[in-house]
Design a protein around this ligand. Structure first.
Ligand code: IPE
Ligand code: IPE
Ligand code: MG
Length: 246
């Protein structure tokens, strides 16, 4: 990582994305390239996440959403799933305090019900500690799927209709969003996918309607400050129209 800002990719401080979303992909290949087990890649990836959150908070980003475990990642070999769960526990025990000391607020998007009671307790504790913070919001997506998020929101709408709290004709985008994980957060301005794959893999399907996409072959554990600034610089070169005209 370059220490000196003057050597870094220049950025317009007036046009920093409010919300950046990242698919943290490429951990396994990063490890395999080094002859290491895949879990070493996940561990390196968690360190990269920690650094990226700190750098983006300093840049003035208001929301960072990271894809850490998808609703489809349960299909991996049980050993790998277990290693990811262990890593999550270790991360939440060890590193969360550091983020909250930097005033970063953490919360979790996704269906947390299948996780172990221990992990859920750590998640609840993290939520509690984070309440004191007022800085950048970091949303960690765990057992998250864009389709599942929309489904859970739709189910909550149906329940409120049944309970007489809402009429079907009152359902609009705002009503659905109020029942989704993303409630309260602006839509992502920039969605970054390292790791070389050119797909969305069920991430933020509702939220990314007008996000700018940035794909790169760099593997997530190698995604340092220079890479982050490159992605933001690319965003700053885009013209956003939201369906209108310039
Ligand atoms: C992303 O890295 C982390 C998770 C999906 C949990 P991968 O594990 O998908 O790494 P690659 O894509 O196999 O290199
Ligand atoms: C997306 O990466 C999920 C996360 C990074 C958590 P995957 O590695 O699971 O996606 P695919 O299988 O390449 O689409
Ligand atoms: Mg992958």
């Amino acid at each position: 990582m370059l220490g000196k800002k003057e050597k870094q990719v220049p950025l317009d401080p007036q046009n920093i994305p409010r919300h950046i979303a990242i698919v943290m992909d490429g951990n396994g290949r990063w490890a395999q390239k080094r002859g290491l087990p895949r879990k070493a890649g996940h561990s390196a990836g968690s360190e990269t996440f920690h650094k990226a959150a700190t750098i983006l908070a300093e840049l003035g980003v208001e929301h960072l959403t990271v894809y850490a475990f998808s609703t489809e990642n349960w299909k991996r070999p049980p050993d790998e799933v277990q290693e990811i769960m262990n890593l999550l526990e270790r991360y939440l025990k060890k590193s969360v305090r550091e983020l909250t000391e930097n005033n970063i607020q953490l919360d979790f998007w996704g269906d947390l019900t299948p996780f172990s009671p221990k992990l859920r307790q750590l998640i609840a504790q993290t939520d509690e500690i984070s309440k004191q913070c007022t800085g950048m919001h970091v949303h960690i997506c765990l057992n998250y799927g864009g389709r599942d998020e929309i489904l859970r929101g739709a189910r909550a709408l149906a329940q409120d209709c049944l309970a007489g709290k809402l009429l079907p004709e009152q359902i609009d985008e705002k009503a659905l969003e109020a029942r989704m994980d993303c409630r309260g957060a602006p839509a992502p301005d920039l969605l970054i996918r390292p790791g070389g794959e050119l797909r969305i893999s069920n991430f933020l399907l509702w939220e990314c309607a007008y996000s700018e996409f940035y794909f790169t072959d760099t593997l997530w554990p190698d995604f340092d400050e220079t890479e982050l600034r490159r992605a933001v610089a690319a965003y700053q070169g885009r013209q956003r129209r939201f369906g209108g005209l310039k």
